[in-house]
Design a protein around this ligand. Structure first.
Ligand code: ATP
Ligand code: PAU
Length: 716
């Protein structure tokens, strides 16, 4: 639960809500594992747990007894039957005893089950006279309610505030979860709430893995575990079945991709007591159709970005805590990379349309990047189907893979491409753009050098914004590109920039803009009595290949180097769209260095002209007079960045940094727009980048609360 965000959720009347749990507030809790039998485990801390109780009436009882009584051939069939059942045919209800009335004096409604299967005593019916549907429902309620009640009593016995339910019995079935939630709520008189886990079926395997000494997992930190989604999950059968054979336990081999089955609209529970939970529909909503899990990857080199401001000290925001026996609100604010929350249905629909409309073009590029072979076409087709199936799944249940943010969706697409062995769909385009931009770099540098300091700084920032237009995720950019050369478009785009740089609205999110260029300029160039004060080290998070990095970010890097600031170019570890990668940067820098002495000396000092990538500690060699220009990878393969999980090289490089330049829509707007850092930060986002209409916006930024408190500025 430390590692996987949005692991725990409540499930009440068909409504799933994720529960945010602070790392230091997780323990103690009761874990109820419903397998064949049921184990109840008191968990008091990391590795500190004790089995305190259990019950032999569990999943095995439901399946075993159900099989005997209904002749069902599979567990799912049995569960499906229960959806169409009516338990009052077999269960003795309070109303049956008290003449159809509620028994108000002791607080029981007429529909409350007085005795499971109790009606069968007094009726002269044989087993065959009962419908299997009714038997299944009575049995499911008997067992789930019993487990819910015992769990609650044990939590009470040990003063545990939370109960998590797991085990293969649950398996993501909405109706089972609603039934257990109902039971816990009923017996605790609404004092307790059942919580469920997205990866409930894997607890045993995970426990075995974690306790296996050879892994040396003692120091395992939450940020070392990354959840990725199994792209084969919705894509079953066909040529790629070998790839997903491990999923056979969950998904029947050879099943076609099927659209997820919508659940019936929630109804009301009516009279109270044991009315049917409203998520019950005519069709069982099972996760068989699309496996509802992510795969955990252990990446021991991932770290939390050390310059991320600790927002707890700022006290902004409110996090809702659902606590057992005690409902509290805490005033805490945690880092959330996503700016856009896709739980807003309109927002979700908008992004799904954008991604779907980009799909054919992306597949064309991906197939071309692999030489357009038959194999590449086959993989392209499989990718389209797999990704579309994921989109359909998420459209139907946005929380299927945890709380959905735009960054997750964009990363999902990149992962999906990689899953089908498209490692760099934009390879050719990136190369072509890099070459075209490098060819005009020296002209641009000459133009910049002819300007006054102030005009140059202004032109450089405008240049970063203007060059960020070259984004091949943006159709508008592609269209524009047909109409001019790289330098013409760059110049035109720069000329269009009018201060104050601002954006008024991005889709439904209003963005309030502060153009802080003057503040930044004062720090860089000084003003009045104030002397310029160069930053010690700047981290430049670069975005797109071609003009963006070559004509935008490199000239800015050069200016910083000229002023004695060390520059670290931070780029993706793996390709994502047309973003430049850390592997590609040394070659680009080497080529640019041919046109510029400042870049050449700095790149030499940073070791870039000798090796492709060098460890940061070797970077500040004594044998050069110039401050170094370095490259580090960020640990990501997505257009966005989650600062809780960056490469250890980046974390290391950040320790000495006092300026961050976070360029581009993915990293500065779709993610991290609301992120605060401990040092000066620039967040330049160019017009028309990543899916926005051209010239919709020029640049965004805002004053930082945290910045004001710490005396650090967040510019532009
Ligand atoms: N497709 C399925 N086939 C069989 N059982 C299923 C299926 N889906 C869910 N179940 C439920 O899962 C239960 C088994 O769960 P699980 O594998 O977690 O337990 P186990 O390891 O056998 O039990 P224990 O924890 O008691 O050792 C079954 O008894 C049944 O109730
Ligand atoms: C015996 C185990 C632990 C096997 O996993 C499980 O099936 C269980 O907890 N059964 C319930 C036993 C009891 O009555 O406590």
């Amino acid at each position: 639960m430390h590692a996987i965000r949005h692991e725990a959720f409540t499930h009440i009347e068909g409504h799933k809500e994720f529960v945010q749990i602070e790392q230091n507030d997780l323990f103690p809790y009761l874990l109820v594992n419903i397998g064949s039998g049921v184990s109840m485990i008191k968990v008091e801390g990391e590795g500190k747990f004790q089995r305190v109780s259990g019950t032999n009436v569990g999943g095995g009882t439901y399946w075993g007894l159900g099989k005997l009584l209904t002749k069902c051939k599979s567990f799912d069939e049995l569960l499906e039957l229960s959806q169409r059942g009516d338990n009052k045919v077999i269960d003795m209800l309070v109303g049956d005893i008290y003449g159809g009335m509620d028994y108000n004096k002791i607080g029981l409604s007429a529909s409350t089950i007085a005795s499971s299967f109790g009606k069968a005593i007094s009726e002269s019916k044989e087993l065959e006279d009962y419908r299997p549907e009714d038997i299944s429902l009575s049995l499911l309620r008997m067992i789930s309610y019993n487990i819910g009640q015992i769990a609650y009593l044990n939590a009470l016995r040990f003063g545990l505030k939370r109960i998590f339910f797991g085990g293969f019995f649950i398996r993501g079935h909405a109706y089972t979860m609603d039934t257990i939630s109902f039971a816990v709520n009923f017996w605790s008189k609404s004092q307790a709430q059942a919580m469920f886990l997205r990866h409930e079926g894997f607890l045993g395997a995970l426990g075995a893995f974690m306790s296996y000494e050879k892994h040396g997992l003692d120091d395992l930190m939450a940020h070392h575990l990354v959840e990725r989604f199994p792209m084969g999950a919705p894509y079953v059968g066909g040529d790629l079945s070998e790839k997903i054979s491990w999923m056979e336990k969950f998904v029947q081999k050879g099943t076609e991709i099927i659209a997820p089955v919508p659940m019936a609209p929630p109804g009301t529970t009516g009279l109270g007591g044991f009315e049917r939970p409203s998520s019950r529909g005519n069709t069982l909503r099972s996760d068989d159709a699309a496996l509802n899990v992510g795969v955990l990857h252990l990446v021991p080199t991932l770290e939390v970005f050390p310059l991320l401001a600790d927002l707890k000290t700022t006290g902004i925001g409110t996090i809702k805590y659902l606590m057992f026996l005690n409902y509290k609100r805490y005033n805490l604010c945690r880092y959330e990379p996503n700016t856009i929350d896709l739980s807003d249905h309109n927002e979700l629909e908008y992004w799904f349309t954008v991604l779907s409309s980009h799909l054919p073009d992306l597949v064309d590029k991906a197939v071309a990047s692999e030489g357009g072979t038959d194999d590449a076409k086959r993989r392209g087709d499989a990718f389209t189907r797999a990704f579309s199936a994921h989109l359909a799944r998420l459209m139907e249940e946005p929380a299927a893979y945890g709380k959905l943010g735009l960054a997750n969706l964009l990363e999902l697409r990149e992962e999906c491409l990689r899953e089908f062995q498209f490692h760099d769909a934009y390879k050719t385009i990136k190369q072509r753009e890099n070459e075209a931009s490098l060819a005009v770099l020296s002209d641009l540098l000459m133009e910049l050098d002819s300007m006054s300091e102030e005009a140059r700084l202004h032109a450089l920032i405008e240049g970063v914004l203007a060059a960020n237009i070259f984004d091949w995720g943006s159709r508008a950019c592609v269209d524009l590109y047909h109409e001019g050369t790289i330098i013409e478009i760059y110049r035109m785009s720069r000329n269009k920039m009018q201060r104050p740089w601002r954006a008024s609205e991005i889709k439904m999110y209003c963005i309030y803009i502060v153009d802080d260029f003057d503040m930044f300029k004062e720090r860089m160039l000084g003003s009045g009595d104030k002397k310029p004060s160069a930053h010690k080290r700047a981290l430049l998070f670069v975005d797109n290949s071609g003009a963006d990095v070559v004509l935008g970010m490199l000239p800015l890097a050069r200016e910083l180097l000229r002023r004695g600031t060390e520059v670290v170019l931070v780029a993706n570890s793996l390709p994502a769209l047309n973003d430049v990668t850390a592997m590609e940067l040394p070659e680009i820098v080497a080529e640019a260095a041919k046109h510029c002495d400042i870049l050449r000396k700095a790149a030499e000092a940073g070791g870039l002209l000798m090796d492709a990538m060098i460890p940061i500690q070797d970077a500040s060699k004594e044998n050069s007079s110039s401050v170094p220009l370095m490259v580090v990878e960020n640990g990501c393969g997505s257009p966005c960045i989650d600062f809780r999980q960056v490469s250890s090289e980046l974390a290391d490089a950040a320790k000495a940094a006092d300026l961050l330049i976070l360029e581009g829509m993915g990293r500065a707007l779709h993610t991290n727009f609301n992120a605060y850092f401990k040092c000066d930060t620039l967040k330049p986002v160019g017009p028309g980048s990543k899916f926005l209409t051209l010239f919709d916006m020029a640049c965004h930024g805002k004053e930082s609360e945290a910045g004001r408190k710490t005396g650090k500025g967040e510019y532009i």
